[in-house]
Design a protein around this ligand. Structure first.
Ligand SMILES: Cc1ncc(COP(=O)(O)O)c(C=O)c1O
Length: 483
């Protein structure tokens, strides 16, 4: 049972709710609400499912609609139900309960929600063509078992060629195909970081990277990004002082801030990392997406003489997240070791999806050029709407990537996200990008939705921002995926 529970299903779960032992003389609506709370507490009714409409449940239970209305009201008051007018009511737990602060929780499949929590584009039109062409190619693989722990050779070659085109000569045996960049990070951490190992990350940073690090029980130190990006002396100083086993950095259009690391700092970071014995995990998720003709500095790997740099990247941002194709670029022996780790995890990536990726990469120039135009238009629409509706917020115009990092007019990010959810806008508040609940003055805003949706979303955010000062804090919150 996911997504929605129908009236008859809930009636079955509720069983003898009206004749429960110990009920005494409580009214029907209270008994009904109490039984729903019990089902939630026992895990029998999942969190985040949409309950049946009041009328439907009333019919299924053969009781009056007023009783169901009163029960739902009580569930809302106790924090077990979140309702949005016209959209329905979802189960939740009180006290801002969240399954994971890092957002790894199944999202509500609410198509009316303007989702600014996920920084990823819808698929490009070329995806279907590529999928059809991939199906045509499949027969040449069907004679084998289909397990390719480092990936199919066509895709490894295509990825290696793309690195070479960026000025970093790479052979196919230095590439391992993974099921997305997140998977690449997880595998690299399994290989390169013993449980409890020390890691340096940027702050703010990508929340799911923090989740992967939490999975290794990493001891994390942070380098706080300034309004204009990395502070070279502080970053190098942190590396020298803390001597972490590993540093995880996003040099191209950093998520969430959009900063681009200059070439000189790349060179110095690699040298400092080598001097103190730190491995660098370089997340290149956004490298294909410079906007406004911004020139990219050389890849960090260019400065690497000692196999200190492991680069990870993938198809999700320029192409489509649903493809689940990413990769690791490392030395050939490291790739072999990663493949050995991988057999204990997922064996290999799906062949068909890899073939789709091969076809998309063959058309990379055209597809990526269209994406950049689309993103620049959407970014400008977002900036325009912000300037008009929320002029007190400060934003640095990102020269690439898919997100901007807005500095708000007060420490209201989480409260704003809760309020926005009620008007159909999902946000990723600042604290989701840090470790310690700080960054309440910031909000990440992706420009991956169509321009009209972004303008509409900003209008709604502006309205609830205005209300926030008057009505105080909202009480409930739904868990959501940040990506
Ligand atoms: C910096 C960064 N790394 C990794 C990922 C995950 O990418 P994938 O969908 O390829 O797993 C994202 C997605 O938002 C990201 O922004």
């Amino acid at each position: 049972m996911t997504g929605q529970v129908r009236g008859v299903q809930l009636a079955r779960l509720l069983g003898q709710w009206h004749a429960l032992p110990g009920r005494r003389r409580s009214p029907d609506y209270a008994a009904l609400a109490g039984t729903v709370r019990g089902l939630l507490a026992d895990g029998r009714l999942p969190l985040g499912v949409r309950l049946p409409a009041e009328r439907e449940l009333a019919e299924a239970l053969r009781i009056s609609r007023t009783t169901v209305t009163a029960a739902y009201r009580q569930l809302r008051e106790t924090g077990h139900l979140a309702s949005r007018r016209g959209a329905g009511s979802w189960t939740m737990l009180p006290g801002n309960h969240r399954v994971a602060s890092t957002g790894l929780w199944t999202p509500l499949d609410d198509r009316e929600m303007l989702d600014l929590g996920v920084a990823a584009l819808a698929a490009p039109p070329q995806l279907l063509t590529a999928a059809r062409a991939a199906a045509e190619d499949l027969p040449s693989y069907l004679g084998g078992a289909g397990y390719h722990p480092t990936g199919i050779i066509e895709l490894r070659e295509a990825v290696a060629d793309a690195y070479a085109a960026r000025g970093l000569p790479t052979s196919a045996d230095q590439i391992m195909v993974t099921s997305g960049t997140q998977h690449a990070l997880d595998l690299v951490l399994r290989l390169a970081l013993a449980p409890g190992g020390s890691v340096l990350v940027e702050s703010p940073t990508y929340p799911n990277a923090l989740a992967a690090l939490a999975g290794r029980r990493a001891r994390i130190t942070t380098h706080g990004l300034a309004a204009d990006g990395w502070e070279p002396d502080l970053l190098l100083g942190s590396l020298r002082q803390t001597r972490p086993k590993l540093a995880y950095l996003i040099p191209e259009f950093q998520n969430p801030t959009g900063h681009l690391m200059p070439a000189a700092l790349r060179e110095r970071v690699v040298a400092a990392a080598h001097a103190v014995g730190t491995d660098l995990v370089i997340d290149e998720s956004f490298v294909d997406l410079p906007l406004d003709g911004t020139e990219l500095p050389p890849p960090v790997g260019v400065y690497d003489r000692h196999s200190r740099v492991i680069s990870i990247g993938g198809m999700s941002k320029p192409y489509w997240g649903g493809l689940r194709i990413g990769w690791v670029r490392a030395s050939a022996p490291q790739v072999q070791r990663l493949a050995a780790v991988r057999v204990g995890v997922d064996m290999a990536s799906p062949v068909l999806d890899q073939l789709v990726a091969v076809h998309l990469l063959a058309d990379a120039d055209a597809i990526v050029a269209e994406r950049r135009v689309q993103l620049a238009v959407q970014r400008d629409a977002l900036l325009g709407a912000l300037a008009q509706r929320l002029p007190d917020w400060r934003v640095t115009v990102p020269r690439g990537g898919v997100t901007l990092w807005a500095e708000l007019d007060g420490p209201v990010s989480s409260a704003l996200a809760r309020a926005a959810e009620e008007v159909g806008v999902r946000l990723a508040p600042g604290p989701r990008f840090g470790l310690d609940g700080t960054m309440e003055r910031f909000l990440r805003l992706p420009f991956t939705l169509p321009a009209a949706d972004l303008v509409e979303a900003v209008g709604r955010i502006a309205a609830v921002r205005y209300d926030l000062d008057r009505t105080g804090r909202q009480r409930w919150r739904e868990p959501a995926v940040i990506a």
